[in-house]
Ligand binder design. Structure first.
Ligand SMILES: NC(=O)c1ccc[n+]([C@@H]2O[C@H](COP(=O)([O-])OP(=O)(O)OC[C@H]3O[C@@H](n4cnc5c(N)ncnc54)[C@H](O)[C@@H]3O)[C@@H](O)[C@H]2O)c1
Length: 317
């Protein structure tokens, strides 16, 4: 899939990952239309792109707006808008259904009506559920998510694959490990830093010591990986994992955060739920095989620890 000199619609363009992706797409001489309702995204995250003549921003809600005109003359649909809060699914099952599945369906319908050929979609490691194979490759199955969020993203993947076959479209879908870096607004780093700023002598940590083991990838590596994957793909529907080669526990993360803040708090583990998880729907072990993407030449510059350390420094400055 060519990512140069194309007209690209990016949903969720004011959010964490998509705002970085748009910057990269504009550097590659694409024309980008961005849609975001600023529910989680921020105008300040787009300060480097709002004045770019090749960028046009529409502030609107994808669940209710008329999408047909927005997808006119679009070559590629990059659908990044979503509600990515995994925890929410255990208390409100409708949010992910509406914001993730229905919004994706609406965009796919408007896309096919307008003859949009190519689709890029960020999916998630949570579609795998609790796997028996680690690192988990893209062809692992059965896919049995344990969160409504994971289920909603898997439903989106399935819808996209079926549209590709039914309406001669192409898609590249990415299953991300945990992405960290500038403009993130909700993750374990923000949680720890906020708590330590309130009380530097003790740190409440959700779960049972040493917490879940997961893989982390910096947003700069994530964006490079997406572009490398899209440009290399030859299949009508392609899936790439994007992560790093290692993983780390929540305790490892707490150690890095406290070291970077020059603090020595006492850790207070909550004990967690359902066998020590941080919250209902929290996968205990996640590391993705990234062999498919590295075999085409992409290599993450940072491992999980380096990505976490860099992200903590970026939040603290
Ligand atoms: N951050 C991660 O670690 C991670 C991991 C796996 C997958 N993903 C996926 O990547 C994508 C981006 O995630 P992110 O972390 O940047 O999230 P984010 O919340 O920062 O970005 C999502 C953006 O979508 C916008 N949005 C949400 N609902 C909307 C609606 N109805 N209409 C218009 N705009 C709407 C929000 O305002 C926000 O700017 C999501 O699809 C998410 O599922 C993220």
């Amino acid at each position: 899939m060519e990512l140069k000199d194309r007209t690209i619609l990016v949903t969720g363009c004011a959010g964490f990952i998509a705002s970085h992706l748009v910057e990269e797409l504009l550097k590659r001489d694409n024309r980008v239309v961005g849609i975001d309702n600023l529910s989680a995204g921020k105008r300040e995250f787009m300060k480097g792109i709002l004045s770019d003549p090749n960028f046009h921003f529409i502030e609107d809600d994808l669940l209710t707006m008329d999408l047909t005109s927005s997808l006119k003359d679009v070559d590629i649909l990059c659908h990044f808008a979503a509600n990515p809060d995994v925890r929410l699914g255990a208390s409100d099952t409708k949010v992910h259904f509406d914001q993730n599945i229905i919004v994706t369906y609406r965009l796919l319908e408007a896309g096919r009506e307008n003859g949009v050929r190519d689709i890029l979609f960020p999916s998630t490691s949570t579609v795998y559920g609790e796997t028996e194979v680690i690192p988990t490759p893209e062809d692992y199955g059965p896919l049995l998510p344990i969160s409504v969020y994971g289920a909603s993203k898997l439903a989106c993947e399935a819808l996209i694959a079926s549209y590709c076959h039914s309406f001669q479209q192409n898609a590249v879908m990415y299953r991300f490990a945990n992405v960290v870096g500038p403009r993130s607004t909700h993750n374990v780093l923000h949680d720890f830093i906020r708590k330590l700023r309130e009380n530097s002598s003790s740190l409440e940590i959700l779960g049972a010591e040493p917490g879940t083991s997961k893989s982390y990838v910096h947003v700069s590596d994530c964006v490079n990986g997406m572009i490398a994957g899209a440009e290399a793909t030859k299949e009508q529907v392609e899936i790439f994992n994007i992560g790093s080669l290692d993983w780390m526990t929540v305790k490892d993360i707490a150690d890095i955060v406290t070291e970077e803040m020059n603090l020595e708090p006492e850790y207070q583990w909550t004990g967690g739920v359902r066998g020590g998880r941080g919250w209902v729907g929290d996968v205990k072990k996640m590391r993705l095989s990234i062999d498919k993407l590295t075999s085409i030449g992409w290599v993450p510059e940072m491992n999980s620890r380096e990505a976490i350390r860099r992200a903590v420094q970026e939040i603290l400055t």
